[in-house]
Design a protein around this ligand. Sequence first.
Ligand code: PSV
Ligand code: MN
Length: 424
Amino acid sequence: MQIEKYKIDSLNSDLAASHTKKLDFIKSEIDGIEAIISKLINFQIAIPSWALGTGGTRFGRFPGGGEPRSLEEKIEDVGLLHALNQSSGAISLHIPWDIPQNHQAIRTLATQHGLKFDAVNSNTFQDQKDQEHTYKFGSLQNVNKAIRKQAIEHNIKVIKQGIELGSESLTVWLSDGSCFPGQLNFRQAYQNTLESLQEIYAAMPSNWKMFLEYKAFEPNFYSTTVGDWGMSYSYVQKLGEKAFTLVDLGHHLPNANIEQIVALLLMEGKLGGFHFNDSKYGDDDLTAGAIKPYQLFLIFSELVDGMDARGMNHATDLGWMIDASHNVKDPLEDLLQSVEGIMTAYAQALLVDRKALKIAQDENDVVRCQEILQDAFRTDVRAIVAEARLRAGGALNPLQVFRNLRVREHLIGERGSLTVATGL
Ligand code: PSV
Ligand code: MN
Protein backbone atom coordinates (compact mmCIF):
# COMPACT_ATOMS: atom_id res chain seq x y z
CA MET A 1 0.00 0.00 0.00
CA GLN A 2 1.13 3.54 -0.74
CA ILE A 3 -0.40 6.66 0.78
CA GLU A 4 -1.01 9.28 -1.90
CA LYS A 5 0.17 12.74 -0.97
CA TYR A 6 -3.12 14.37 -1.98
CA LYS A 7 -4.95 12.34 0.67
CA ILE A 8 -2.59 13.59 3.35
CA ASP A 9 -2.97 17.15 2.03
CA SER A 10 -6.72 16.90 2.08
CA LEU A 11 -6.81 15.73 5.72
CA ASN A 12 -4.25 18.43 6.58
CA SER A 13 -6.46 21.14 5.15
CA ASP A 14 -9.31 20.04 7.46
CA LEU A 15 -7.03 20.71 10.42
CA ALA A 16 -5.30 23.80 9.03
CA ALA A 17 -7.31 26.54 10.78
CA SER A 18 -7.03 25.07 14.24
CA HIS A 19 -3.33 24.24 13.71
CA THR A 20 -2.48 27.78 12.57
CA LYS A 21 -4.19 29.24 15.64
CA LYS A 22 -2.08 27.08 17.98
CA LEU A 23 1.14 27.76 16.08
CA ASP A 24 0.55 31.51 16.02
CA PHE A 25 -0.03 31.46 19.75
CA ILE A 26 3.22 29.69 20.54
CA LYS A 27 5.14 31.91 18.11
CA SER A 28 3.74 34.95 19.91
CA GLU A 29 4.88 33.53 23.25
CA ILE A 30 8.34 32.19 22.40
CA ASP A 31 11.20 33.46 20.23
CA GLY A 32 13.23 31.22 17.93
CA ILE A 33 10.47 28.83 16.85
CA GLU A 34 11.65 28.86 13.21
CA ALA A 35 15.10 27.53 14.17
CA ILE A 36 13.46 24.76 16.19
CA ILE A 37 11.21 23.82 13.28
CA SER A 38 14.16 23.43 10.92
CA LYS A 39 16.01 21.23 13.43
CA LEU A 40 12.92 19.05 13.78
CA ILE A 41 12.60 18.70 10.01
CA ASN A 42 16.18 17.41 9.79
CA PHE A 43 15.83 14.97 12.67
CA GLN A 44 15.22 11.39 11.52
CA ILE A 45 14.63 8.35 13.72
CA ALA A 46 15.41 4.93 12.27
CA ILE A 47 12.84 2.16 12.55
CA PRO A 48 14.09 -1.34 13.39
CA SER A 49 13.02 -3.99 10.92
CA TRP A 50 12.04 -6.22 13.85
CA ALA A 51 9.49 -3.80 15.28
CA LEU A 52 7.02 -3.90 12.40
CA GLY A 53 5.29 -7.00 13.69
CA THR A 54 3.83 -7.89 17.05
CA GLY A 55 6.86 -9.03 19.04
CA GLY A 56 4.69 -9.95 22.00
CA THR A 57 6.23 -11.11 25.26
CA ARG A 58 7.80 -14.42 26.15
CA PHE A 59 4.34 -15.51 27.36
CA GLY A 60 2.42 -14.88 24.19
CA ARG A 61 2.08 -13.10 20.93
CA PHE A 62 -1.14 -11.57 19.65
CA PRO A 63 -0.63 -10.59 16.00
CA GLY A 64 -3.20 -8.16 14.67
CA GLY A 65 -2.91 -9.15 11.02
CA GLY A 66 -1.34 -7.63 7.93
CA GLU A 67 2.19 -7.98 9.31
CA PRO A 68 4.99 -7.71 6.73
CA ARG A 69 5.95 -11.11 5.29
CA SER A 70 9.26 -10.09 3.79
CA LEU A 71 11.97 -7.46 3.96
CA GLU A 72 10.31 -5.74 1.00
CA GLU A 73 7.06 -5.42 2.96
CA LYS A 74 8.95 -4.17 6.01
CA ILE A 75 10.48 -1.44 3.87
CA GLU A 76 6.99 -0.66 2.60
CA ASP A 77 5.76 -0.31 6.19
CA VAL A 78 8.56 2.06 7.16
CA GLY A 79 7.74 3.94 3.93
CA LEU A 80 4.17 4.35 5.21
CA LEU A 81 5.40 5.75 8.51
CA HIS A 82 7.76 8.11 6.73
CA ALA A 83 5.04 9.31 4.35
CA LEU A 84 2.95 10.21 7.39
CA ASN A 85 5.55 11.81 9.67
CA GLN A 86 8.56 12.53 7.40
CA SER A 87 10.74 11.67 10.40
CA SER A 88 11.23 7.93 9.92
CA GLY A 89 13.60 8.08 6.97
CA ALA A 90 15.74 5.04 7.81
CA ILE A 91 15.44 1.34 8.52
CA SER A 92 17.78 -0.75 10.65
CA LEU A 93 18.17 -4.43 9.77
CA HIS A 94 18.77 -7.32 12.13
CA ILE A 95 20.66 -10.18 10.56
CA PRO A 96 19.69 -13.02 10.10
CA TRP A 97 16.08 -11.97 10.78
CA ASP A 98 16.28 -10.00 7.54
CA ILE A 99 18.78 -11.06 4.94
CA PRO A 100 18.56 -9.10 1.70
CA GLN A 101 18.72 -11.39 -1.34
CA ASN A 102 19.08 -8.78 -4.05
CA HIS A 103 20.86 -5.80 -2.57
CA GLN A 104 20.41 -3.54 -5.55
CA ALA A 105 16.66 -4.17 -5.69
CA ILE A 106 16.34 -3.62 -1.93
CA ARG A 107 18.30 -0.37 -2.14
CA THR A 108 16.15 0.85 -5.00
CA LEU A 109 12.97 0.03 -3.11
CA ALA A 110 14.21 1.85 -0.02
CA THR A 111 15.14 4.90 -2.09
CA GLN A 112 11.68 4.92 -3.66
CA HIS A 113 10.28 5.26 -0.14
CA GLY A 114 12.82 7.94 0.79
CA LEU A 115 14.62 5.59 3.18
CA LYS A 116 18.27 5.00 4.05
CA PHE A 117 19.82 2.02 5.80
CA ASP A 118 20.79 2.77 9.35
CA ALA A 119 23.03 0.54 11.50
CA VAL A 120 23.03 -3.18 10.77
CA ASN A 121 22.60 -5.38 13.83
CA SER A 122 24.32 -8.71 14.39
CA ASN A 123 22.67 -11.55 16.28
CA THR A 124 24.75 -13.95 18.32
CA PHE A 125 22.10 -14.27 21.02
CA GLN A 126 20.12 -16.97 19.21
CA ASP A 127 21.18 -20.20 17.54
CA GLN A 128 20.32 -20.46 13.87
CA LYS A 129 19.29 -23.69 12.12
CA ASP A 130 22.44 -24.09 10.02
CA GLN A 131 24.85 -23.08 12.78
CA GLU A 132 27.66 -25.41 13.88
CA HIS A 133 28.18 -24.24 17.47
CA THR A 134 25.70 -23.08 20.11
CA TYR A 135 25.72 -19.69 21.85
CA LYS A 136 24.18 -21.17 24.98
CA PHE A 137 27.25 -20.11 27.00
CA GLY A 138 27.96 -16.94 25.13
CA SER A 139 29.38 -15.86 21.81
CA LEU A 140 32.26 -13.36 21.75
CA GLN A 141 33.09 -14.22 25.38
CA ASN A 142 32.93 -18.00 24.96
CA VAL A 143 35.64 -20.16 26.51
CA ASN A 144 35.71 -22.11 23.24
CA LYS A 145 37.75 -20.43 20.51
CA ALA A 146 35.78 -22.07 17.71
CA ILE A 147 32.56 -20.55 19.05
CA ARG A 148 34.14 -17.13 19.31
CA LYS A 149 35.38 -17.50 15.73
CA GLN A 150 31.90 -18.39 14.51
CA ALA A 151 30.46 -15.30 16.22
CA ILE A 152 33.21 -13.06 14.82
CA GLU A 153 32.59 -14.38 11.31
CA HIS A 154 28.88 -13.73 11.68
CA ASN A 155 29.57 -10.09 12.57
CA ILE A 156 31.89 -9.75 9.58
CA LYS A 157 29.16 -11.14 7.31
CA VAL A 158 26.77 -8.56 8.75
CA ILE A 159 29.25 -5.79 7.95
CA LYS A 160 29.44 -7.07 4.36
CA GLN A 161 25.65 -7.04 4.08
CA GLY A 162 25.63 -3.50 5.43
CA ILE A 163 28.24 -2.34 2.92
CA GLU A 164 26.04 -3.63 0.08
CA LEU A 165 23.11 -1.63 1.42
CA GLY A 166 24.97 1.61 2.07
CA SER A 167 24.79 1.27 5.84
CA GLU A 168 27.65 2.87 7.80
CA SER A 169 27.49 1.33 11.25
CA LEU A 170 27.31 -1.97 13.06
CA THR A 171 25.45 -2.36 16.35
CA VAL A 172 26.68 -5.18 18.54
CA TRP A 173 24.48 -6.27 21.40
CA LEU A 174 25.65 -9.35 23.25
CA SER A 175 23.53 -11.45 25.53
CA ASP A 176 26.80 -12.88 26.85
CA GLY A 177 27.14 -13.22 30.59
CA SER A 178 26.31 -15.77 33.25
CA CYS A 179 23.33 -16.93 35.23
CA PHE A 180 25.11 -18.26 38.30
CA PRO A 181 28.03 -17.19 40.48
CA GLY A 182 31.23 -18.99 39.57
CA GLN A 183 30.00 -19.89 36.08
CA LEU A 184 32.28 -17.36 34.46
CA ASN A 185 35.72 -15.96 35.03
CA PHE A 186 34.85 -12.27 34.62
CA ARG A 187 38.33 -11.20 33.52
CA GLN A 188 38.64 -13.97 30.99
CA ALA A 189 35.16 -13.25 29.60
CA TYR A 190 36.15 -9.59 29.25
CA GLN A 191 39.44 -10.39 27.51
CA ASN A 192 37.82 -12.86 25.11
CA THR A 193 35.13 -10.33 24.28
CA LEU A 194 37.65 -7.56 23.73
CA GLU A 195 39.79 -9.68 21.41
CA SER A 196 36.72 -10.78 19.45
CA LEU A 197 35.50 -7.20 19.14
CA GLN A 198 38.97 -6.15 17.96
CA GLU A 199 38.75 -8.60 15.07
CA ILE A 200 35.29 -7.33 14.11
CA TYR A 201 36.44 -3.73 14.43
CA ALA A 202 39.36 -4.43 12.09
CA ALA A 203 36.91 -5.69 9.45
CA MET A 204 34.94 -2.42 9.35
CA PRO A 205 35.46 0.04 6.49
CA SER A 206 37.19 3.25 7.55
CA ASN A 207 34.00 5.33 7.33
CA TRP A 208 32.05 2.95 9.60
CA LYS A 209 31.21 3.17 13.30
CA MET A 210 30.79 0.34 15.76
CA PHE A 211 28.11 0.79 18.43
CA LEU A 212 28.51 -1.38 21.51
CA GLU A 213 25.17 -1.68 23.31
CA TYR A 214 25.14 -2.53 27.02
CA LYS A 215 22.47 -4.21 29.09
CA ALA A 216 22.47 -4.97 32.80
CA PHE A 217 20.33 -8.10 32.72
CA GLU A 218 18.50 -10.58 30.51
CA PRO A 219 18.83 -13.26 29.25
CA ASN A 220 21.66 -13.71 31.72
CA PHE A 221 20.63 -12.70 35.21
CA TYR A 222 23.77 -12.90 37.32
CA SER A 223 26.26 -11.03 35.15
CA THR A 224 26.41 -9.55 31.69
CA THR A 225 29.73 -9.08 29.96
CA VAL A 226 28.79 -5.67 28.54
CA GLY A 227 26.57 -4.83 31.49
CA ASP A 228 26.59 -1.07 31.81
CA TRP A 229 27.92 2.12 30.24
CA GLY A 230 31.20 1.84 32.14
CA MET A 231 31.92 -1.60 30.72
CA SER A 232 30.92 -0.54 27.22
CA TYR A 233 33.08 2.58 27.58
CA SER A 234 36.04 0.51 28.65
CA TYR A 235 35.77 -1.69 25.53
CA VAL A 236 35.17 1.16 23.05
CA GLN A 237 38.08 3.14 24.52
CA LYS A 238 40.39 0.23 23.76
CA LEU A 239 38.87 -0.51 20.36
CA GLY A 240 39.58 2.88 18.85
CA GLU A 241 38.07 6.05 17.46
CA LYS A 242 35.40 4.31 15.37
CA ALA A 243 33.89 2.54 18.40
CA PHE A 244 31.15 4.10 20.51
CA THR A 245 28.72 3.21 23.28
CA LEU A 246 25.04 2.78 22.41
CA VAL A 247 22.41 3.62 25.02
CA ASP A 248 19.17 1.63 24.97
CA LEU A 249 16.83 3.28 27.45
CA GLY A 250 15.47 -0.05 28.69
CA HIS A 251 18.83 -1.59 29.56
CA HIS A 252 19.55 0.02 32.92
CA LEU A 253 19.06 -1.02 36.52
CA PRO A 254 16.00 0.63 38.10
CA ASN A 255 16.22 4.40 38.63
CA ALA A 256 19.57 4.77 36.84
CA ASN A 257 20.27 8.39 35.98
CA ILE A 258 20.39 7.96 32.20
CA GLU A 259 20.68 11.67 31.52
CA GLN A 260 23.91 11.81 33.50
CA ILE A 261 25.26 8.77 31.62
CA VAL A 262 24.47 10.49 28.34
CA ALA A 263 26.13 13.73 29.43
CA LEU A 264 29.37 12.00 30.43
CA LEU A 265 29.56 9.75 27.36
CA LEU A 266 29.06 12.79 25.16
CA MET A 267 31.73 14.70 27.06
CA GLU A 268 34.13 11.80 26.46
CA GLY A 269 33.25 11.72 22.75
CA LYS A 270 32.09 8.12 23.10
CA LEU A 271 28.32 8.32 22.75
CA GLY A 272 27.38 6.75 19.42
CA GLY A 273 23.69 6.10 19.32
CA PHE A 274 20.36 5.52 20.96
CA HIS A 275 17.66 2.91 21.15
CA PHE A 276 14.48 4.64 22.30
CA ASN A 277 11.68 2.93 24.21
CA ASP A 278 10.08 3.32 27.61
CA SER A 279 9.70 1.11 30.64
CA LYS A 280 8.37 0.89 34.13
CA TYR A 281 10.29 -2.17 35.34
CA GLY A 282 12.97 -3.54 33.01
CA ASP A 283 13.42 -3.81 29.27
CA ASP A 284 9.67 -3.34 28.82
CA ASP A 285 9.95 -2.12 25.22
CA LEU A 286 7.03 0.28 25.58
CA THR A 287 6.26 3.34 23.45
CA ALA A 288 8.85 6.12 23.86
CA GLY A 289 7.56 8.79 26.23
CA ALA A 290 4.58 6.71 27.36
CA ILE A 291 5.72 6.15 30.95
CA LYS A 292 8.45 8.66 31.83
CA PRO A 293 8.19 11.65 29.49
CA TYR A 294 10.10 13.92 31.91
CA GLN A 295 13.06 11.52 31.87
CA LEU A 296 13.00 11.50 28.07
CA PHE A 297 13.01 15.29 28.10
CA LEU A 298 15.92 15.41 30.57
CA ILE A 299 17.89 13.00 28.37
CA PHE A 300 17.26 15.20 25.34
CA SER A 301 18.19 18.25 27.32
CA GLU A 302 21.62 16.70 28.02
CA LEU A 303 21.89 15.57 24.40
CA VAL A 304 21.25 19.05 23.06
CA ASP A 305 23.57 20.67 25.59
CA GLY A 306 26.36 18.11 25.13
CA MET A 307 26.13 17.99 21.34
CA ASP A 308 26.16 21.78 21.10
CA ALA A 309 29.19 21.93 23.40
CA ARG A 310 31.06 19.68 20.94
CA GLY A 311 29.69 21.42 17.82
CA MET A 312 27.89 18.25 16.73
CA ASN A 313 25.10 18.04 14.20
CA HIS A 314 21.99 16.86 16.09
CA ALA A 315 20.57 15.05 13.09
CA THR A 316 23.59 13.19 11.80
CA ASP A 317 26.31 12.84 14.42
CA LEU A 318 24.56 10.23 16.55
CA GLY A 319 22.53 7.19 15.50
CA TRP A 320 18.87 7.58 16.51
CA MET A 321 16.67 4.55 16.55
CA ILE A 322 13.58 3.10 18.18
CA ASP A 323 13.91 -0.34 19.75
CA ALA A 324 10.56 -1.58 20.96
CA SER A 325 8.27 -4.54 20.84
CA HIS A 326 4.52 -4.38 20.50
CA ASN A 327 1.84 -6.52 21.99
CA VAL A 328 -1.41 -4.70 22.61
CA LYS A 329 -1.04 -1.87 20.09
CA ASP A 330 -0.89 -1.93 16.31
CA PRO A 331 2.91 -1.84 15.62
CA LEU A 332 2.64 0.99 13.10
CA GLU A 333 0.44 3.11 15.37
CA ASP A 334 2.82 2.44 18.24
CA LEU A 335 5.81 3.54 16.15
CA LEU A 336 4.00 6.72 15.10
CA GLN A 337 3.39 7.47 18.78
CA SER A 338 7.03 6.74 19.66
CA VAL A 339 8.33 9.08 16.97
CA GLU A 340 5.93 11.77 18.17
CA GLY A 341 7.08 11.25 21.77
CA ILE A 342 10.74 11.55 20.76
CA MET A 343 10.16 14.66 18.63
CA THR A 344 8.19 16.26 21.46
CA ALA A 345 11.01 15.68 23.96
CA TYR A 346 13.57 16.99 21.45
CA ALA A 347 11.50 20.13 20.76
CA GLN A 348 11.08 20.79 24.49
CA ALA A 349 14.82 20.34 25.02
CA LEU A 350 15.49 22.90 22.29
CA LEU A 351 13.36 25.37 24.27
CA VAL A 352 15.51 25.27 27.40
CA ASP A 353 16.99 28.67 28.16
CA ARG A 354 20.61 27.48 28.37
CA LYS A 355 22.09 30.88 29.28
CA ALA A 356 19.67 31.37 32.14
CA LEU A 357 20.27 27.80 33.31
CA LYS A 358 24.03 28.37 33.37
CA ILE A 359 23.62 31.51 35.46
CA ALA A 360 21.24 29.75 37.85
CA GLN A 361 23.67 26.81 38.17
CA ASP A 362 26.60 29.14 38.87
CA GLU A 363 24.55 30.89 41.54
CA ASN A 364 23.44 27.56 43.04
CA ASP A 365 19.87 28.73 42.52
CA VAL A 366 18.32 25.28 42.60
CA VAL A 367 14.77 26.58 42.48
CA ARG A 368 15.47 28.63 39.35
CA CYS A 369 17.22 25.63 37.70
CA GLN A 370 14.14 23.48 38.17
CA GLU A 371 11.88 26.30 37.01
CA ILE A 372 13.85 26.72 33.77
CA LEU A 373 13.76 23.03 32.92
CA GLN A 374 10.11 22.61 33.82
CA ASP A 375 9.12 25.73 31.88
CA ALA A 376 10.43 24.03 28.76
CA PHE A 377 9.00 20.61 29.65
CA ARG A 378 5.54 22.00 30.35
CA THR A 379 5.34 23.93 27.09
CA ASP A 380 2.83 22.44 24.70
CA VAL A 381 5.07 21.95 21.64
CA ARG A 382 2.65 19.82 19.65
CA ALA A 383 1.93 22.58 17.12
CA ILE A 384 5.68 23.08 16.52
CA VAL A 385 6.21 19.36 15.93
CA ALA A 386 3.16 19.24 13.65
CA GLU A 387 4.35 22.28 11.70
CA ALA A 388 7.73 20.58 11.07
CA ARG A 389 5.90 17.54 9.71
CA LEU A 390 3.65 19.69 7.56
CA ARG A 391 6.55 21.61 6.01
CA ALA A 392 8.39 18.35 5.31
CA GLY A 393 5.34 17.03 3.43
CA GLY A 394 3.83 14.84 6.15
CA ALA A 395 0.58 14.80 8.07
CA LEU A 396 -0.48 17.27 10.75
CA ASN A 397 -1.91 14.29 12.60
CA PRO A 398 -0.30 11.04 11.36
CA LEU A 399 -2.38 8.72 13.55
CA GLN A 400 -5.61 10.27 12.40
CA VAL A 401 -4.57 9.78 8.75
CA PHE A 402 -3.53 6.19 9.47
CA ARG A 403 -6.96 5.45 10.88
CA ASN A 404 -8.94 7.55 8.46
CA LEU A 405 -7.34 5.80 5.46
CA ARG A 406 -7.83 2.43 7.14
CA VAL A 407 -4.19 1.52 6.57
CA ARG A 408 -4.21 -1.61 8.74
CA GLU A 409 -7.36 -2.91 7.05
CA HIS A 410 -5.69 -2.41 3.65
CA LEU A 411 -2.59 -4.26 4.81
CA ILE A 412 -4.70 -7.14 6.10
CA GLY A 413 -6.46 -7.19 2.73
CA GLU A 414 -3.13 -7.37 0.87
CA ARG A 415 -1.22 -9.69 3.20
CA GLY A 416 -3.85 -11.65 5.09
CA SER A 417 -4.76 -11.76 8.75
CA LEU A 418 -2.43 -14.59 9.77
CA THR A 419 0.94 -13.16 8.77
CA VAL A 420 3.68 -12.98 11.39
CA ALA A 421 6.77 -10.85 10.75
CA THR A 422 10.26 -12.14 11.51
CA GLY A 423 11.96 -10.49 14.42
CA LEU A 424 11.57 -10.52 18.16
C1 PSV B 1 18.31 -6.40 23.29
O1 PSV B 1 17.38 -6.31 24.32
C2 PSV B 1 18.06 -5.34 22.24
O2 PSV B 1 17.86 -4.09 22.84
C3 PSV B 1 19.17 -5.28 21.22
O3 PSV B 1 19.26 -4.00 20.66
C4 PSV B 1 18.70 -6.25 20.20
O4 PSV B 1 19.32 -6.09 18.95
C5 PSV B 1 17.22 -5.93 20.16
O5 PSV B 1 16.89 -5.64 21.51
C6 PSV B 1 16.35 -7.01 19.61
O6 PSV B 1 16.44 -8.18 20.39
MN1 MN C 1 18.39 -2.25 21.84
